[in-house]
Ligand binder design. Structure first.
Ligand SMILES: NC(=O)c1ccc[n+]([C@@H]2O[C@H](COP(=O)([O-])OP(=O)(O)OC[C@H]3O[C@@H](n4cnc5c(N)ncnc54)[C@H](OP(=O)(O)O)[C@@H]3O)[C@@H](O)[C@H]2O)c1
Length: 254
């Protein structure tokens, strides 16, 4: 039974691996046996928390700093990954950013930045690494979506558009790639206590009203995402594709 979730011998690329949800996802994949190629805007190749945690599970870690707002840098990172780490089995597209301002005043530069980082670069990287998966007829792609793949949110129009785009992209890629051995799915985290949600955690009214709606009765932790990540990266999910899986303490059921 446990073999269903075994990732021994697999290599996973995890974006946004330096902290928060990506760090927890990288650690969960390593605990299941995968080697990790981690990347984020400011990740030190030499020393990092994610490196320590992955290596503590006896797995190899390679780290890169890449700005996902820079399309050229993303494409060159993809080439480096293919050249230096060979076939990639698992791609976790998790790097993401958020800019908060009411829609009427929302700076177009913020809109462009969020769409570039959260959506366009993820397509560019998935296309580049997905080609190798399609050639081998084997691969697992996991996007980090959001509750705002289903809902509109408040004062985050670019973020909501990008995450709704991720849900659509997940289905579009799944339609083309599943029959060729590549599963494409997304995880939609609920309200998770990370830097990304610091502004909400710091606002007593928003924080309380969010908590009141979560059936689990608590905000999520980054490590709450580990199980779904390993599931979607492993043989256990071979007949699952095109899905955006909420891991939200029951939020969407309310
Ligand atoms: N927290 C939540 O409640 C929640 C809910 C739903 C969805 N999500 C999504 O989950 C993902 C991870 O978020 P998080 O909560 O873990 O946030 P976080 O703690 O702010 O971490 C974000 C990660 O993304 C990386 N990143 C941001 N901008 C980047 C850029 N321009 N280029 C490369 N990497 C960049 C960061 O890199 P550095 O560390 O180098 O800065 C960091 O590693 C995001 O896609 C987010 O939208 C979060």
């Amino acid at each position: 039974m446990n073999d269903l979730f075994d990732l021994t011998g697999r290599t996973a690329v995890v974006t946004g691996a330096k902290r928060g949800i990506g760090l927890a996802m990288a650690e969960a994949l390593a605990a299941a046996g995968a080697d990790i190629v981690g990347v984020s805007a400011t990740l030190s190749p030499a020393e990092s928390e994610v490196r320590s945690r992955v290596e503590a599970h006896g797995q190899r870690f390679h780290g890169y700093a890449v700005d996902f707002a820079d399309r050229g840098a993303v494409l060159s990172f993809a080439e480096t990954v293919v050249t230096e780490h060979g076939p990639i089995d698992i791609l976790v597209n998790n790097a993401g950013t958020i800019r908060r301002a009411p829609a009427a005043e929302h700076a177009l530069a913020d809109w462009d930045h969020v769409l570039d980082v959260n959506l366009s670069s993820q397509f560019a990287l998935t296309q580049a690494l997905g080609r190798g998966m399609l050639e081998r007829g084997l691969g697992k792609v996991i996007f980090t979506a959001s509750l705002l793949s289903f809902q509109g949110g408040i004062t985050v129009p670019g973020y909501a558009a990008s995450k709704s785009g991720i849900a659509g992209l997940t289905k579009a890629l799944a339609n083309e790639w599943t029959a060729r051995g590549v599963n494409v799915n997304a995880i939609a985290p609920g309200y998770i206590a990370t830097d990304n949600t610091q502004a909400l955690q710091d606002d007593p009214d928003r924080s309380r009203s969010i908590l009141e709606r979560i059936p689990a009765g608590r905000w999520g932790r980054a490590d709450d995402l580990g199980g779904a990540t390993v599931f979607l990266a492993s043989r256990a999910s071979d007949y699952v594709s095109g899905v955006t899986l909420p891991v939200d303490g029951g939020w969407l059921g309310r």
